[in-house]
Design a protein around this ligand. Structure first.
Ligand code: 3PG
Length: 210
């Protein structure tokens, strides 16, 4: 795999509170048609969750999100992460991500950050926080002057907005947590999560991005 953006049109962003939930949750997402899963490194159990999904859910392609230090890059890849996502970037973090050997998405929210990443040879980025930073209007505006940059917008996107993002020429996939409502996860309602995943997987059907 060389590109995170080509994995799946919709990438669920998961905050795992209890690592015991990781495998059934990932199974529900994969069964619903969302094989690429970003587990955020925001909880104590996140690395265990990545390990558990790697070992226990063959159809899943699990990556690590909220990666903000070189140490986290190493830990995530060591746990089995097959891609890395960060809400932002620095040269130190970029160097560690490049050296990791797995595809990665550094995060941007301004035009100058996009230019700076292009200058460093990076063309694929997370656009975060997507809705707060200008949404589809902002990304559409970037497509003219900077067509070589492609994005995975994430942050504040739900099923109503996802198709609008996916229809943009510079969007490869969208990320979000809308298919993992807190009450469904708390109730371990994996059937509901599978249904929501299936709906999310269907959102890109009419899009122009793939
Ligand atoms: C995140 O890092 O939390 C992602 O951007 C998910 O955002 P969302 O919960 O607003 O979908």
């Amino acid at each position: 795999m060389t590109s995170v953006l080509e994995l799946s049109p919709v990438v669920p962003v998961v905050v795992v509170e209890d690592p015991a939930d990781a495998v059934p949750l990932a199974r529900a997402l994969v069964a619903g048609g969302l094989p690429a899963i970003e587990v955020t490194l925001r909880t104590a159990g996140a690395l265990d969750a990545i390990r558990a999904i790697t070992d226990g859910v063959p159809g899943a392609v699990v990556g690590a999100g909220t990666v903000i230090t070189p140490a986290q890059v190493a830990e995530a890849v060591g746990a089995g992460a097959r891609f890395l996502v960060s809400p932002g970037w620095t040269d130190v973090l970029l160097e560690a991500m490049r050296a990791s050997g797995v595809p990665f998405l550094p995060g941007v929210s301004t035009t100058s950050e996009v230019v700076a990443l292009l200058e460093r040879g990076v063309r694929e980025m997370k656009f975060f926080p997507a809705q707060a930073a200008g949404g589809t209007a902002y990304l559409r505006s970037l497509a003219g002057p900077l067509p070589q940059a492609r994005f995975c917008p994430t942050g504040g996107i739900g099923p109503a907005l996802a198709p609008e993002y996916l229809a943009l020429p510079n969007v490869g996939c969208v990320g979000g947590s809308w298919m993992l409502p807190a009450d469904a996860v708390a109730a371990r309602d994996w059937d509901r999560i599978e249904r929501l995943a299936r709906e999310a997987a269907g959102l890109s059907a009419g899009g122009t991005c793939r």
